[in-house]
Write a protein that binds this ligand. Structure first.
Ligand SMILES: Cc1cn([C@H]2C[C@H](O)[C@@H](COP(=O)(O)OP(=O)(O)OP(=O)(O)O)O2)c(=O)[nH]c1=O
Length: 633
C-alpha cells in the first residue's frame, strides 16, 4: 500500500500533464491522479547524435516538453502549476532511434526494421516542481527513464501493410501500438508494459515515493513476530518525523545544481537513472539568492489539521460495517454499499473514496474492496480486529475530546459534559450497559491485548517463576501467552466478577492448551491469590496516587523476597514527549498519569521492589520488572 498514498500526496497540488498522448492520460487517470492536460509545443528536434545514449535523448525531450508548458503557463499569467509532468517514448533498434512515423512509407521502414528482432522501448519522464518567486518561475526537475525490451515475430509483407492501413502506427513511436492491434506482432515483452504504452507508472510512483517519503532519519525498531501481524500498518501511511510533502527539502541525496552550477555544499550522489536539478529557467540569480530556500512546507501541520477528518471517516466506515461488507475479496460499487448500509449514494461514495484515499480500501473501475490491512484489522469478526476498539473511540473518546478545551482549562475529565454522567456511572452505562456492549468492549480489549501480549511475555526471562497472577488480566490473553512460553507456569487471572463471568467465550480451544485459572474479585478490596510473579498490565496509568498506594502496598505486602512485579505500560521518554500515543492519552485527564522509565523505577522502589529493569519493546506496551527486596538488600 505505497502507491495510493503517494498519488494522494498530489491531491492538493495543481498537476499538469504536458502531453497530448491519450495513453498517458488514461494511465494516470486510472490510478486516481487529478491533473490538467496542456500538450507541449516543444518540437522533438533535439540532435540525437549529441546524446551519449538513447535514454538521455528521451529524458531531455521529456524535460523540454514539461519546461515549455511550465514557462508558457507562467508567462501567460495563468496560475503557475505546482507540478508539470512530461514524457517521451522512443524505440531503439541497433543504434537507431525511432520516433513516430511521418507517413505510411516511414511506418513500413520502421516495422520491417523491427520484424523478427528484439528492440528497446525507452520512456524518459520529467517531473517538474514549479514555484513563483518575485514573479520569476523557479523549477526543479526530477527525471528518470525506463527501458522495456520487446521482441517482434517475423512480419509478412501482407501483415505489415494490413497493419499500416489500419492507421494505428501513425501516432506511435516505432510505428506500433502494443496495447491494440500491434499486440499481435509481439512475441515477448521484458519489463514494464505500461512503459511501452507511453508511461512507466511503477517507476513514476517509486520516484514520487523517493521525493515525498524519503527514508526516516531515525528508524524506530519494531519488534515483530511471525504470528502476530505488526501494528505498523497504518503508521506507515504517515511520513512520521520527516516533513516530506514538499520534496524541495529532500535534496541532499540528489544532485543539486542551479543553472548547471553545483550548489555550495551539495552532496553529489548519483541517482539511479534520474536526478534532481533545480533549474531557474526565467531569471538568473546571484549567488546569495541561490542560497535562499523557500519556507518549509508545513506538511505535518496540514496532516494534523486533517487528522480528525481521517479518524472520523475510519470510525464511521467501521460503525456502518463497510469493511464487513467488503471482506473476502468482495468488490462492490458505491450504490450497492449504499443500499446495504441504508445510506445515501452520494454520501456513501464520498465515504468510500475517503477510505480509499486513506489506504483502507482499494478502488478500481469494478468498485471498492478491502485492502489487506482492512481485512486483517477492520473486519469485525477477524482474530486481530480493532473494530471494537474503533467503536469505543467513536462512541466514547471522540465525545470526550470534543471537550478538550474545557478539560485543559479545568484539568478534569469532561465525562459529565460529554455524556451527562460521572465517570463511574459512565463506565457502567457506556461499556457495560447491554450484553452486546459488554461483549464488544471485552472483544476490543481482548484483540488489543493480542497485539501486545507476546512482546510483554517475552520481554524478560521469567523461567525462574512458578506461579503468576495477572491482576486485571481480563480475558487472559497475556496469561495464555505466558503458559505457552513457560508451560510449567501456573497462571491465574484475577478480575472483577462482571468480567470473569464473560471470559469463557474468549478462551482458546484445543487439546494442548494449558489451562489458565480465572478468579473473581476486586484487587482493592479482596485478598489476592498467592503467586511469585504479579502482573499489572495497563492498570497503573489510570489510577490516582491514593489507589496506587493501596494496590502496590498490598502487592508488596504479600510478595516474598525474590518475588517480582511486572508492569506493562507505555514508558515515556524522560522529556515526556514520546511516544505521542501515550502523551495524547494523557489528554483524557483520567485521574492517573503516564510515566517515564525513571518514574516507574522510583515508584517500584518506593514499594520495596529493586533491581528494576525496563524493556522498550517497540510494540504499544513496554515492560518493567522489579524484584521484591531480599533480606540481603
Ligand atoms: C511503442 C508504443 C508507443 N506508443 C505511444 C506512446 C506515446 O504516446 C507515443 C510516442 O510519442 P511521444 O512523442 O512520446 O508522445 P506523444 O507525441 O504521443 O505525446 P506528447 O509528445 O504530447 O507527450 O507512442 C503506444 O501507444 N504504444 C506503443 O506500443
Amino acid at each position: 500500500m505505497v502507491l495510493n498514498p503517494v498519488i494522494g500526496k498530489l491531491v492538493s497540488k495543481r498537476v499538469v500533464l504536458a502531453s497530448a498522448s491519450p495513453r498517458r492520460q488514461e494511465i494516470l487517470t486510472n490510478v486516481g491522479l487529478r491533473f490538467e492536460v496542456v500538450p507541449s509545443w516543444f518540437k522533438e528536434t533535439l540532435e540525437k547524435s549529441s546524446f551519449a545514449a538513447p535514454h538521455e535523448y528521451a529524458i531531455e525531450t521529456a524535460k523540454q516538453k514539461a519546461l515549455e508548458v511550465a514557462n508558457r503557463m507562467h508567462l501567460k499569467h495563468l496560475r503557475t502549476p505546482d507540478i508539470v509532468i512530461g514524457a517521451d517514448t522512443i524505440v531503439t533498434v541497433g543504434k537507431q532511434i525511432l520516433e513516430k512515423p511521418v507517413d505510411k512509407q516511414d511506418a513500413y521502414k520502421m516495422l520491417s526494421r523491427l520484424s523478427g528482432k528484439e528492440h528497446s522501448v525507452f520512456t524518459g519522464v520529467a517531473i517538474v516542481h514549479c514555484s513563483s518567486k518575485d514573479n520569476h518561475l523557479e523549477t526543479e526537475v526530477t527525471d528518470f527513464y525506463e527501458e522495456t525490451k520487446v521482441k517482434f515475430a517475423e512480419l509478412s509483407e501482407e501483415l505489415l501493410w494490413e497493419y499500416i492501413h489500419s492507421g494505428e502506427p501513425m501516432d506511435k513511436a516505432g510505428g506500433y501500438g502494443i496495447q491494440a492491434l500491434g499486440g499481435m506482432l509481439v512475441e515477448y515483452v521484458h519489463g514494464d508494459f505500461l512503459n511501452v504504452v507511453g508511461f512507466p507508472l511503477n517507476h513514476f510512483c517509486k520516484k514520487l515515493a523517493e521525493l515525498y517519503y524519503p527514508p526516516l532519519k531515525h528508524t524506530i525498531q519494531h519488534v515483530k513476530h511471525d504470528s502476530i501481524p505488526s501494528v505498523e500498518t497504518f503508521e506507515n501511511l504517515s511520513d512520521g518525523e520527516s516533513d516530506s510533502s514538499n520534496p524541495m527539502q529532500h535534496k541532499s541525496a540528489n544532485k543539486l545544481e542551479r543553472n548547471g552550477v553545483p550548489l555550495p555544499g551539495a552532496i553529489h550522489t548519483p541517482v539511479n537513472s534520474g536526478s534532481i536539478k533545480p533549474v531557474c529557467t526565467v531569471a538568473v540569480e546571484n549567488q546569495s539568492e541561490v542560497m535562499e530556500y523557500p519556507a518549509k512546507f508545513p506538511s505535518k501541520i496540514v496532516e494534523l489539521m486533517d487528522g480528525f477528518r481521517a479518524s472520523k471517516a475510519l470510525f464511521v466506515a467501521s460503525k456502518l460495517k463497510v469493511f464487513d461488507l467488503l471482506k473476502d475479496k468482495c468488490i462492490l460499487k458505491a450504490v450497492d454499499v449504499a443500499n446495504k448500509i441504508e445510506a445515501s449514494v452520494c454520501g456513501t461514495e464520498r465515504l468510500l473514496d475517503a477510505c480509499a484515499s486513506l489506504g483502507l480500501l482499494e478502488k478500481t473501475h469494478q468498485g471498492y474492496s478491502n485492502t489487506d490491512s482492512a481485512n486483517t484489522y477492520l473486519v469485525s469478526d477477524r482474530e486481530y480486529s480493532l473494530h471494537g476498539y474503533i467503536i469505543h473511540c467513536n462512541d466514547r473518546l471522540w465525545h470526550l475530546f470534543t471537550h478538550l478545551e474545557a478539560a485543559v482549562k479545568e484539568g478534569t475529565m469532561q465525562t459529565h459534559q460529554a455524556f451527562g454522567k460521572e465517570t463511574e456511572d459512565l463506565f457502567q452505562d457506556s461499556c457495560y450497559h447491554s450484553v452486546e456492549a459488554k461483549q464488544r468492549f471485552m472483544t476490543a480489549m481482548h484483540n488489543l491485548a493480542k497485539l501486545t501480549a507476546r512482546d510483554v511475555a517475552t520481554a524478560f526471562d521469567l523461567s525462574p517463576f512458578r506461579s503468576v497472577c495477572d491482576l486485571g488480566g481480563c480475558t487472559g490473553v497475556l496469561a495464555h501467552e505466558l503458559v505457552q512460553k513457560y508451560p510449567i507456569l501456573k497462571v491465574t487471572v484475577f478480575d472483577l466478577p462482571d468480567v470473569i463471568a464473560n471470559v469463557s467465550c474468549f478462551q482458546p480451544s484445543g487439546q494442548h492448551i494449558t489451562p489458565v485459572m480465572f478468579t473473581a474479585g476486586d484487587f482493592f478490596k479482596d485478598n489476592l491469590p498467592e503467586a511469585d510473579l504479579y502482573i499489572l498490565s495497563l492498570i497503573l496509568h489510570d489510577l490516582n496516587d491514593e489507589k496506587i498506594n493501596i494496590l502496590l502496598s498490598k502487592i508488596s505486602g504479600i510478595c516474598k523476597p525474590g518475588s517480582a512485579l511486572l508492569l506493562a505500560e507505555i514508558v515515556l521518554d524522560e522529556e515526556k514527549t514520546h511516544p505521542p500515543r501515550a502523551v495524547l492519552q494523557s489528554l483524557s485527564m483520567t485521574e492517573g498519569k503516564q510515566r517515564s522509565g525513571l518514574e516507574y523505577k522510583q515508584l517500584l522502589e518506593k514499594y520495596g521492589f529493586t533491581n528494576v529493569q525496563i524493556k522498550i519493546t517497540g510494540n504499544i506496551l513496554d515492560a518493567i520488572l522489579g524484584f521484591k527486596k531480599t533480606s540481603a538488600h
